[in-house]
Design a protein around this ligand. Structure first.
Ligand code: V47
Length: 353
């Protein structure tokens, strides 16, 4: 059977077959992905009103792609106090945020309580806010730094009010590439194990993939298939988020950057391969808003949110430091021919614009 027929019949592809998807022309591939997207969600495009908070850039790990952590290229260390974090949360909630997306570097100086206390204090004051926090890389860091088991860290997160986990720290699962990119950080196996443990508590999370640096197409497919395998067991992933590598102010040497075409193909392929992960998120902070809008026709059904402030990708060159106004966001989605649907963090629909 031809590859296209197999996709049309929604049959699962092997690694080798999936690699061949990249050889299809962009529009054939886009149509295949769009058919699946339309069958699931029609013309709806999801987003939420959220605020990213990055409470510290002090990091014990060294990832070559990272421009955010304090280093020779970014000597401006900072760590927020709980009061500062609470103040940001207060303003964000007053501005309509329904989700706080809290991701930190791996700060060896301030202890577990600095991480957990922030969540607890936010939840005490604002019980209804959704806290999406602690990447698997942060959990693994607390495990290594303080001799806690993954279960113990996860217990603390649950007790402190973390509602869901973001998808960060996945990078690329291939062990050789990972060793080159971020030696010493959470391994691929551990990343998957941590999400499995989280899902086993009936909690949901996302999964990312950082691409467009030194990885090959085959590494991307391998990454997606490892996620598909875990999702078959747990069903706990809400969204897959391909993060386009941002090139400024870091230590990774990349000669060739991705074309828009290759990025769109990767969104489309993720929609086709990840038949068990409901949402494909075009995170506009890394794809640019223009490409994210087009990605809606290539399998993506979610554009993340208004963000309000963002420090990780913008440190590496993304134009996301001040987020986006909701009116502008909604009108861009509409003008692109899609229906903006505000959602909560777990994809319950709140408002159709
Ligand atoms: O894991 C770091 C990435 C991630 C760069 O779960 C970079 O909804 C591009 O996890 N270029 C953190 N990316 C961000 C993250 C995230 C973002 C949006 C939504 C969600 C979600 C999660 O940022 C890290 C890393 O892969 N990153 N440096 C860079 N130069």
């Amino acid at each position: 059977m031809s590859l296209i027929k197999k996709v049309e019949n929604q049959e699962r592809l092997t690694q080798k077959e999936a690699e061949r998807l990249y050889e299809l022309d962009l529009f054939t591939l886009g149509k295949l992905a769009d058919n699946i997207r339309q069958e699931k969600f029609g013309k709806k495009s999801y987003f939420n009103i959220n605020r990213h908070i990055n409470p510290t850039n002090v990091c014990a790990d060294i990832c070559k792609f990272c421009a955010y952590s304090a280093s020779r290229k970014n000597p401006n260390q900072y760590t927020m106090s709980h009061e500062e974090i609470l103040d940001i949360a207060k303003k964000a909630i007053e501005n309509g945020a329904k989700e706080l997306h809290i991701v930190s570097a791996h700060n060896p100086n301030d202890g577990v309580e600095w991480y957990m206390g922030a969540f607890r204090k936010i939840k005490e004051k604002y019980p209804h806010i959704h806290i999406k926090a602690m990447t698997a890389a942060e959990i693994d860091f607390l495990h290594r730094q303080y001799g806690l088991s993954y279960d113990e860290v996860i217990d603390m997160m649950v007790e402190s009010g973390v509602d869901s986990m973001p998808g960060g720290g996945a990078e690329i699962f291939d062990e050789e590439v990972r060793e080159y990119l971020c030696k010493g950080k959470v391994t691929s196996k551990e990343w998957l194990e941590i999400h499995k443990k989280w899902h086993q508590r009936d909690k949901e999370s996302n999964a990312t993939m950082l691409f467009g640096h030194v990885e090959s197409r085959s590494h991307r497919i391998d990454h997606m298939l490892r996620l598909r395998e875990l999702q078959d067991i747990t069903g706990g992933f809400n969204a897959f988020i391909p993060l386009v590598y941002q090139r400024e102010n870091n230590f990774l040497k990349v000669d060739k950057f991705l074309t828009g075409q290759e990025i769109l193909k990767t969104y489309a392929i993720s929609r086709i391969l990840l038949d068990n992960i409901p949402h494909i998120k075009a995170y506009w902070a890394t794809s640019t808003i223009n490409l994210a809008l087009i990605a809606q026709e290539f399998g993506a059904d979610d554009l993340d949110g208004t963000i309000q402030k963002e420090s990780i990708q913008s440190a590496a060159g993304a134009k996301s430091s001040n987020g986006m106004q909701i009116e502008e966001f909604v009108s861009m989605i509409k003008n692109a021919g899609f229906i903006p649907v505000e959602r909560d963090s777990l994809y319950n629909e709140l408002k159709t614009y």
